[in-house]
Ligand binder design. Structure first.
Ligand code: EZ4
Ligand code: CO
Length: 412
């Protein structure tokens, strides 16, 4: 079975998505997600100019060999652009293999280890009152685990608060769960670590008082703290029994987490911006984290993320795959097939896509009682409607960035 067509499809129904579509001489098609939020066109060029010409004529069944060929023959290894491009090829080949075998991808990965995937959603509010409403509305939608983000007194606009979102979809509809803003320049947000560290524990105390001890709660510090500040936050949140605390410090400094770990038993999740097992080598080996946050889309595809998670499993570290709106329905499906088939699944992030996105991508997954399942269609279970996709051309969009009160650029 030979790859005889490879197309890179860019569409922006509610936000930008980059999708690789491979077609074989036997007529099977496969999809892979290559969306890199705010830098989408770099991956398009990498795929179109340098990868597509190498795929034509290759044996579509050789998933691992194609991965190794693309990774090693480039000579320049790793990095988000390269690894998103390789991920898209890998995912599309798994999709094709599933269709050729007449089986959903999770069956090819060893079969289901559970009946569904516990998922968490994003509740947020400018203040506690708005937050509580958002938590209740997530519970009504079935969510059994909830991420909590709030505004901080004195700061105008910070990451993760839906009601602050200024993102306008093409027809003027606010798209709540989306930090990227359409426009020629990134938005500027503000940040003050001391106010944040004082405020967050009061929010979790209020949430526990209102919702009780059972509800699994998560929080994302989004890379903004130094190691000692991160340690302090983990310690101050211990009474509120978090499911995890995410991205407490800029994760490229793997050793920083040793210091955090010495001070707190709050479980740590990291890795949404990582792209290979090498980014995790030390923190897995030294057991400095509890959850691996990588998405299939940004970590070399199903083949490579499975290796990361198998390695993590030796240390009782579990999956917590990234699932924001910038992971396309194809990337989400890939995550669900992988999550269903590994033993060390932890939790899946699940933010719902917009209605137009769901028209462009026809999907087979189910969402019931707080659990996701990828469905049983052969392959990934996602098809892309190219006519629908064609209605929504790429729109420039950037993630915001932070400045401190004195004007210094800070981690966003
Ligand atoms: O900021 O996906 O845990 N989720 C996150 C996300 C990221 C965006 C960046 O594109 O941190 O909201
Ligand atoms: Co995050």
């Amino acid at each position: 079975m030979i790859i005889d067509r490879a197309e890179v499809i860019v569409t922006s129904p509610d936000r930008n998505f980059v999708t690789l579509k491979l077609t074989t001489d036997e007529g099977h098609t496969g999809l892979g997600d290559a969306t890199l939020n705010g830098r989408e066109l770099a991956v398009v060029a990498y795929l179109q100019d340098h990868v597509v010409p190498l795929l034509l004529g290759r044996d579509a069944h050789r998933v691992e060999d194609t991965w190794q060929f693309l990774y090693r023959s480039a000579y320049w290894r790793r990095g988000p652009v390269t690894m998103a491009a390789i991920a898209a090829v890998d995912t599309a080949l798994w999709d094709i293999k599933g269709k050729a075998a007449g089986m959903p991808v999770y069956q090819l990965l060893g079969g289901a280890c559970r009946s569904g995937l516990l998922a968490y959603g994003h509740a947020s509010g400018k203040d506690n009152e708005e937050l509580f409403d958002s938590i209740r509305s997530h519970q009504e939608q079935g969510y059994k685990a909830i991420r909590v983000q709030t505004g901080v007194p004195g700061l105008k606009s910070i990451y993760g608060i839906a009601s602050n979102a200024t993102y306008e979809a093409m027809e003027g509809v606010r798209y709540d769960h989306e930090p990227a803003q359409r426009g020629a320049l990134p938005n500027e947000e503000d940040w003050d670590t001391r106010s944040y560290l004082r405020h967050v524990p009061t929010v979790f105390e209020a949430v526990r008082n209102e919702f009780g001890p059972e509800l699994p709660l998560l929080h994302d510090a989004h890379h903004r703290l130094t190691p000692i500040q991160a340690a302090k936050l983990g310690k101050s949140l211990e009474p509120f029994d978090l499911f995890w605390l995410e991205d407490v410090s800029p994760a490229e400094n793997q050793e920083a987490l040793r210091l955090v770990r010495q001070h707190t038993t709050t479980p740590l999740a990291i890795g949404e911006i990582f792209n290979t097992v090498w980014d995790y080598q030390q923190i897995i080996r030294e057991q400095l984290i509890d959850y691996v946050r990588s998405a299939v889309t940004h970590t070399g595809g199903i083949s490579h993320l499975k290796k990361v998670l198998d390695y993590a499993s030796q240390y009782q570290i579990k999956s917590g795959m990234h699932g924001p709106t910038d992971i396309s329905p194809v990337g989400m499906a890939a995550a669900m097939h992988l999550g269903l088939s590994i033993h060390n699944f932890g939790i899946q992030e699940y933010m719902q896509h917009g209605a137009k996105t769901d028209q462009v991508f026809q999907q087979s997954f189910t969402w019931e009682g707080g659990y996701l399942h990828p469905g049983d269609r052969p392959g990934l279970g996602v098809e892309l409607d190219t006519d629908e996709a064609g209605k929504y051309p790429y729109v420039q969009a950037y993630l915001p960035y932070n400045r401190l009160a004195d004007g210094t650029v800070h981690d966003w």
